[in-house]
Design a binder for this molecule. Structure first.
Ligand SMILES: NC(=O)c1ccc[n+]([C@@H]2O[C@H](COP(=O)([O-])OP(=O)(O)OC[C@H]3O[C@@H](n4cnc5c(N)ncnc54)[C@H](O)[C@@H]3O)[C@@H](O)[C@H]2O)c1
Length: 431
């Protein structure tokens, strides 16, 4: 089949390259000229495990088209000759109230509609009601199929290849809906011993399922972080509490590990957008409302803890090495990462920060050079802060010649307390 994907970001590129891997011809439309240049030169513009290699192997099936945004994105060259059109453009939080900013998405759909595209599949995360509203306003036969994306950065290609479920929302009786569902079923039928759940529903339910899932995961993270605060005050071990809870299949161990707070381009924005949707519908989502506040407090508390530890260490002009700038391990995405919040606060408080991450070259957080963790130089370092769960940090830190009294703040519980027992350092974790 010929498949079009609009937007060459984390979702669009993974979708496009993943589909090409199954033998389909794919055209990816993108407004960012630099991204197109990089992709045409064979280079994925961000890090995602296995994506570069898969791209190299299937490049011959993928074509890139630059889309001009000077007025509206009008140059969707040849798009009508594709069997399915997926949209994976960003839906960032609006500056005013945190609701999803749908301007780019709507202008894309408008352009596609103007040139006669009859069906569009939305992979972007959009508030419930979006598809219905667009269909209503288009006042025509435009079909919108909602196909929320559940991939996780860091394992996005693997998630594409083995999704838990494929959710399609829309007019289940329509030929377009059947075509998209058949496309997915046929694609995944080629895999041995694996079938995702295929779920058919209406647009609004599909749209809400994505927000409801993300808010729930954010809630699990926030819950265990609050429990970790309590553990600290009463002398319980937060790691063990989390482990015991996680053995209950009704609860599950995933997303139940104390950490510095959630970040990234999805959880914070989706939590805010969901709250706005509920407010407009006259519904209080009181649990969800608390998430962002609690998480914001958590991140500030982490910065406070680091500042306090450095103060107590009595280091003059303290210098800390921060390990892990992405919002989690295995990604170079720094959008909303704990480091993007904590490092500037430390800076403001006169704590000199040196950043280490092997995936990020220039720090979007501090506009400086990020050092390779393998070249960690402990000279002059008074504190080490671990912000992502990146296993390579373990050996590097354990084998470094840290100066006596160095404070290690392990905000991902990468180490056990005992591992530093014979070293002259102060180790602190969230256990
Ligand atoms: N990143 C994730 O982990 C993830 C997971 C699930 C769902 N989502 C959702 O998927 C959507 C995309 O997320 P992302 O992280 O891939 O975003 P992204 O910012 O990485 O990518 C979006 C891409 O669309 C391009 N673009 C913007 N306007 C365009 C236009 N008119 N025509 C063609 N391309 C255009 C941008 O230049 C950018 O490259 C969002 O709604 C997000 O919430 C993201």
């Amino acid at each position: 089949m010929r498949i079009a994907v609009i937007g060459a970001g984390y979702v669009g590129l993974v979708q496009g390259i993943g589909i090409a891997r199954f033998g389909h011809q794919v055209t990816i439309y993108e407004t960012d000229f630099q991204k197109i240049n990089s992709l045409e030169a064979g280079i994925i513009p961000f890090f995602e495990m296995g994506l570069q290699e898969t791209f190299a192997a299937h490049k011959d099936k993928i074509k890139f088209e630059f889309v001009n945004t000077i007025q509206t994105p009008t140059h969707y060259n040849d798009i009508k000759n594709h069997d399915i059109v997926f949209i994976a453009v960003g839906t960032p939080p609006s500056q005013y109230d945190g609701s999803a900013d749908l301007r780019v998405l709507i202008s894309c759909i408008q352009s596609l509609h103007d040139i006669g595209v009859k069906c569009v599949v939305i992979k972007s995360t959009v508030p419930p009601g979006t598809a219905e509203e667009i269909i209503y306003k288009s006042n025509s036969q435009l079909q919108i199929i909602s196909n929320p994306e559940f991939l996780r950065e860091g394992s996005a290609l693997q998630d594409f290849m083995r999704p838990d479920r494929i959710v399609l929302g829309g007019d289940k009786g329509s030929p377009e809906f059947k075509k998209v569902m058949d496309f997915y079923k046929d694609m995944y039928s080629k895999l041995d011993y694996f079938t995702p759940d295929f779920i058919e529903t209406d647009n609004t339910t599909a749209e809400l399922s994505k927000y409801a899932s993300n808010a729930f995961l954010a809630m699990k993270v926030t819950y265990i972080n609050e429990m970790a605060n309590l553990c600290r005050m009463i002398g319980a071990n937060a790691n063990e509490v989390a482990k015991i809870m996680g053995t209950d299949p009704r609860i599950g161990a995933k997303f139940l590990k104390p950490g510095p707070g959630f970040g990234g381009s999805c959880f914070p924005k989706d939590v805010q957008a969901l709250i706005r949707v509920a407010e407009r519908s006259g519904v209080r989502l009181s649990l969800v409302e608390q998430l962002q506040n609690s998480n914001d407090r958590r991140l500030i508390q982490m910065a406070d803890d680091i500042s306090l530890m450095m103060e107590q260490s009595q280091a003059v002009n303290p210098k800390v090495a921060v390990f892990g700038l992405g919002f989690k391990a295995n990604t170079d995405d720094t959008r909303g990462s704990p480091a993007s919040i904590i490092c500037p606060i430390l800076d403001e408080r006169g704590i000199h920060v040196v950043e280490y991450d092997s995936l990020i070259k220039i720090s979007a957080i501090r506009m400086g050079i990020v050092r390779d963790p393998k070249k960690f130089c402990p000279e002059g370092i008074d504190g080490v802060v671990i912000l992502t769960e990146c296993q390579e940090f373990r050996d590097i830190i354990l084998n470094a010649q840290l100066k006596p009294g160095t404070v290690i703040m392990d905000l991902r519980n990468l180490f056990d307390n005992q591992e530093f027992a014979n070293m002259n350092v102060s180790y602190f974790n969230l256990g």
